[in-house]
Design a binder for this molecule. Structure first.
Ligand code: IPE
Ligand code: IPE
Ligand code: MG
Length: 262
């Protein structure tokens, strides 16, 4: 049987820790932030980069092990061409400017998503950045770019079938999960969406199965350290039951798999 490095929340009960090990963020509201200030939407994206920079630092200080941020969805190609072009250039410029500093901070960078649609300068820089930081251990920063939760599941099925044609006859969650783009880390403990919308917008559909969801009206460019700490406090007040009852938790039932299926 395939051994995943981290326990799947539907196959066992992951350890619940005080500071989330993995935070996943939909950084939404850049356009509205700019429009409120009578600026073009893209000015909000530029400002959003500053928020991200601060968030990376704060997460590292708090010893969050994995930070995954949604930068561009597989549906964002539907935006006006100028905005898409701006976002691609911003990604390239930001990565160029930040990668050395991230490397010095011992951060490992990964990009998940179908990057084949990006231009070659960006693809090359992404690959170089991933290689440069591959040995880093302080924090795992993952940027989801041209990423979609459904794309992720489909590409995982394709890779799995290519690797083991027998899987056509049937396969398990664990077998499939091994090929998901985020299989290198645990499922997110905390999901944050800024910008007031309460939806997942095709983010990590598989991995969010038991993640605590947090929505805030704050727009991404104004989401700061205090706002992140508030989200973490909210997370700390949740009871993560993973299908069990409160009474079981009160009685100290921590045992992972006693009642687990198959
Ligand atoms: C999120 O901000 C950034 C991206 C999707 C790239 P938006 O651009 O969606 O901002 P709003 O939601 O229109 O305010
Ligand atoms: C989700 O935000 C994608 C990113 C933040 C990259 P959107 O602004 O694209 O989501 P919808 O369209 O409002 O659902
Ligand atoms: Mg939006």
């Amino acid at each position: 049987m395939v051994r995943l490095p981290f326990l799947s929340s539907t196959r066992g009960i992951p350890e619940v820790v005080e500071v989330p090990r993995h935070i996943a963020i939909i950084m939404d509201g850049n356009g509205r932030w700019a429009r409120k200030r009578l600026m073009p939407r893209v000015a909000g994206h530029a400002k959003g980069v500053e928020s991200l920079r601060a968030m990376i630092r704060t997460c590292q200080d708090l010893k969050v092990e994995y930070l995954t941020v949604f930068a561009f969805s597989s549906e964002n190609w539907r935006r006006p061409k100028d905005e898409v072009t701006f976002l691609m250039k911003l990604f390239l410029r930001t990565l160029k400017e930040e990668i050395e500093r991230m490397h010095r901070s011992n951060i490992r960078l990964r990009v998940v998503g179908d990057i084949s649609r990006f231009d070659s300068a960006l693809v090359n820089l992404i690959e170089e950045s991933e290689t440069l930081t591959a040995g880093n251990t302080a924090m795992n920063l993952t940027i989801a770019a041209n990423y979609g939760g459904r794309w992720d599941i489909l590409q995982a099925v394709e890779k799995m079938l290519a690797a083991s044609p027998d899987a056509r006859e049937g396969f398990t969650e664990d077998q499939l999960a091994e090929y998901l783009a985020l299989s290198f880390g645990p499922e997110p403990d905390l999901f944050i969406r800024t910008g007031g919308e309460q939806r997942i917008s095709n983010f990590m559909l598989w991995q969010l199965a038991y993640t605590e969801l947090y929505f805030t009206d704050k727009l991404w460019p104004e989401f700061d350290e205090a706002a992140l700490k508030e989200a973490i406090r909210s997370y700390q007040g949740r009871e993560r039951r993973f299908g069990r009852t409160s009474e079981q938790l009160d009685a100290g039932a921590g045992g992972p798999d006693s009642s687990d299926h198959a």
